[in-house]
Design a protein around this ligand. Sequence first.
Ligand code: GLN
Length: 190
Amino acid sequence: MVIGILALQGCVEPHAEHLRSLGISVRYVRLPSDLDGIDGLILPGGESTTMLKLARVFGVWEKLLPLSKQIPFWGICAGSILMATQVENPEQESLGVIDLTVRRNAYGRQLESFQGNVDTDTGPEAAVFIRAPKFTKFGSTVKVAGRVNGEAVFLEEGRHMVTAFHPEMTDSNWCHQRFLAKISANTPGL
Ligand code: GLN
């Protein structure tokens, strides 16, 4: 199994460390050819506008939507913004991989970044929120897998998942393991 991490900008290396500690091979994705043969793709946290621009410049952007029909994607924070159907505050182009409207920087500025506990469907987990978006609207096929103060912060739809927080910034591998389970269960094209 090889997992790609979109490595144009943002919080890339901590994901690689989590995955390697689980014995998984990692490929940094910068060029379209880096997408060949990967079994899952992580779209990391960072700055979604910058990632979007670079993904276009490097020719990766237009490959992503077709690839999302084949393999699981996990978007973290800025990555979830790239995967959403609609982006607010301000509007921005996105892939529409998951039936979701996101509001960028909805918890406020950098100073309002916080650490909290996410109530997941498998128990509480520590989570770091950094200029996080809010998941303001999502379709009936989207499942809420985690909440903070009642608000949905971890969503799954089919083979894909998005987290408004950064599981790579905490020691536990719980979220990476969850993504691996999605990859193992994936049937490309369905
Ligand atoms: N505020 C960033 C954006 O809108 C996301 C922040 C993050 O990924 N931690 O793109």
